[in-house]
Ligand binder design. Structure first.
Ligand SMILES: [Zn+2]
Length: 384
């Protein structure tokens, strides 16, 4: 990771650069910042910079042998420690060393913007919380004792240092106090109060603030091809958290896709003469994965709910805007006392059957025919 690829955080980067230039890089540092602010990528960019063989004034070169190994997270003088727990492949005595490949894979996939929940998901351990164990502490001490292979600085990164359990922390106190020469320990944490005071007092604190909204906006435009207005909206909602900003984009894209598909589906169901198009549509939905089918049906439930709110004149409660609002308000007269409960139940049951592996082709065909009838009933009742 080079500094130029970090999202925002210019003042922090400047502080890092001047600490290096002024030769006051502390041997044990604590980088503190909340999720999505880029603490891990900043630590990586800093470590890559101090070891780069062809440093530029304000950044590593990105191409020297050291930088290349850093970019792959596989430099022999770079060591990672992080929370782990048992999973399908490690059934007892988990520790970082046993999960190094997974960690590299996850960090690379995330563009280094890693999160605790993302990591546990990657390990497929659900909500189980990991720890950094005394076994890991033993490994850290062992890594320190080795001579460095090739780099000017050996770097030990301890990600989520608040997950160091007490015995691991205590075992490492002397190491934090006085690591071997040319060794830099970077502790990364989100919550200061969960770190033992004895560990805090042995490290130099660097606080990483939330990313400025303008920096998030620029990154969104640059990396996701979003238009200016959308990027500005998402940046405002993301409260300085790059991971949240990315989730919001995926979410808006999915909502948009569901909206278009659902509107199309109802149009076909309103014109029941045209079975060819409807069958084609059902076949397309049947090919989507189960999660997408559920997302589509849940979106439908939401639209039915919004239409009911229109009908009850609770327009202030309708959350949609623009095209979606237009759609649900036009649909509203056709979703009424004659059919609203049945449509709601129909979609709900469909979600239930999707979860239980119903045959999607049959399911959506059946659903479409029932919906045609229900919409007709609603139309008749709407006219009265
Ligand atoms: Zn380099």
């Amino acid at each position: 990771m080079q500094f130029k690829n970090i999202i925002g955080q210019k003042p922090v980067i400047d502080r890092m650069l001047s600490s290096y230039r002024e030769n006051r890089v502390a041997h044990t540092q604590l980088f503190l910042g909340t999720q999505g602010t880029g603490v891990f990528p900043l630590a990586m960019a800093f470590a890559q910079f101090i070891n780069c063989q062809h440093k530029q004034e304000n950044d590593s070169c990105g191409v020297c042998p050291s930088c290349k190994k850093y970019e792959k997270l596989s430099h022999p003088d770079l060591h990672f420690f992080f929370p782990t727990t048992t999973n399908d492949s490690v059934k007892k005595d988990p520790k970082s060393e046993l999960f190094l490949n997974e960690f590299r894979e996850y960090a690379t996939k995330s563009g280094l913007y890693i999160t605790q929940s993302g990591w546990y998901n990657h390990l497929k351990v659900g909500n189980k919380q990991g720890s950094i164990f005394v076994r890991d502490a033993g490994d850290i001490i062992q890594k320190m004792a080795l001579k460095s292979y090739e780099a000017p600085y050996k770097v030990i990164i301890i990600w989520m240092a608040e997950r160091l359990n007490d015995s691991a922390s205590n075992k490492l106190l002397k190491t934090f106090e006085e690591p071997p020469e040319n060794t830099i320990i970077i502790l990364i944490a989100e919550r200061y109060e969960l770190i033992l005071p004895t560990v805090r007092s042995r490290s130099q604190l660097l606080k990483i603030p939330k990313i400025a909204a303008t920096d998030i906006k620029e990154a969104l435009i640059g990396r996701f091809d979003l238009d200016y207005e959308k990027a500005e909206n998402i940046a405002a909602l993301s409260s300085g958290n790059w991971n949240l900003a990315q989730d919001l984009i995926e979410n808006t894209e999915e909502v948009q896709a569901n909206f278009i598909a659902f509107r199309q589906w109802l149009r076909y169901c309103f014109k029941p003469g045209d079975f060819i198009e409807l069958n084609k549509f059902n076949a397309d939905v049947a090919r989507l994965g189960r999660e997408k089918q559920k997302g589509f049906l849940n979106y439908g439930l939401e639209v039915v709910h919004q239409s009911m709110l229109h009908n009850q004149n609770h327009n202030d409660l309708v959350l949609k805007k623009d095209e979606e609002l237009d759609f649900s308000s036009k649909l509203a007269p056709f979703i009424n006392a004659a059919n609203q409960l049945e449509i709601y139940q129909l979609l709900n049951e469909a979600v239930y059957h999707v979860e239980r592996n119903a045959h999607p082709g049959i399911l959506f065909t059946d659903l479409s025919f029932k919906l045609i009838d229900l919409l007709q009933a609603g139309r008749k009742s709407g006219r009265q």
